[in-house]
Design a protein around this ligand. Sequence first.
Ligand SMILES: Nc1ncnc2c1ncn2[C@@H]1O[C@H](COP(=O)(O)OP(=O)(O)OP(=O)(O)O)[C@@H](O)[C@H]1O
Ligand SMILES: O=P(O)(O)OC[C@H]1O[C@H](OP(=O)(O)OP(=O)(O)O)[C@H](O)[C@@H]1O
Ligand SMILES: [Mg+2]
Length: 279
Amino acid sequence: MLKIAVPNKGSLAETAAWMLEEAGYRGRRDAKELISVDARNEVEFFYLRPRDIATYVGSGALDVGITGRDLLLDSGSPATEVQGLGFARSTFRFAGQAGRFGSVQDLAGARVASSYTVLVEQHLASLGVEATLVRLDGAVESAVRLGVADAVADVVETGATLRAQGLEVFGDPILSSEAVLITSGRDAPGLGTLKRRLDGVIVARDFVLVDYDIERSRLDAAIGVASGFESATVSPLHDPEWAAVRVMVRRAETNAIMDALADVGARAIIVTRIHAARI
Ligand SMILES: Nc1ncnc2c1ncn2[C@@H]1O[C@H](COP(=O)(O)OP(=O)(O)OP(=O)(O)O)[C@@H](O)[C@H]1O
Ligand SMILES: O=P(O)(O)OC[C@H]1O[C@H](OP(=O)(O)OP(=O)(O)O)[C@H](O)[C@@H]1O
Ligand SMILES: [Mg+2]
């Protein structure tokens, strides 16, 4: 059986469980369960703290897991990232009181609070900056106001938490993170299927199908707006002057593409959700 590590709580848990469900697996029914078996798909799920998942997978105790790229790098585990899963996107950044720091070099001799001290230490060492790390479990943004650190290094999504504490980012981002699929590096039965299924979920989540009718004289202009995943499907209509076109487009771009298609003369533009896909 393929042994899969799944985040049991925190920002990653809900979407990770949803993706696995969409991929056709049956996860736990009760939030208190730590292990659940999906016999039909021959997989076993282990619900673990997101921070521990890389340790279990890297040791080979479990075959594959879902965690954050930042957590993987901070764990020092030999587990490897197979693919990004496109959720829990964030950057990992230094921040300090507005105007106090101009660059990462200014951190020399300063106290830096973080929950990701390995990651931060490695980053500072690579830049030759010596600072004192203060390891905290969470709510790191409070560390400066409360006087236990001069700066922080933390997960930033909208930046609202930093702003609320009067902090601002400085220096280049340390990392771009998202939820990732990680493995022990060893192939395991069912791993290929899991990856293909998750790819299908990502496509179904991030893309939609756009259909429209277009006069053949304007076909090239319309295909120029959206050319599809491989190439657009162009079908004849009863009226030989007209064609029907189907393309896949990024869901986030749907309305901009519909506007542009309408501008080049497309009619009857219809957008359909993709329920499942194998690309
Ligand atoms: N606001 C956020 N936006 C996007 N990703 C986030 C956010 N907060 C945390 N993450 C990501 O979630 C992962 C950390 O998950 P984890 O469950 O350990 O912490 P958490 O979500 O902060 O939960 P908690 O604070 O309840 O322990 C990391 O990969 C991190 O980048
Ligand atoms: O840039 P923002 O949109 O404000 O999001 C980033 C914040 O979200 C997370 O905090 P969380 O609520 O998980 O609390 P924690 O610090 O205790 O982990 C993260 O640790 C940052 O603090
Ligand atoms: Mg958090």
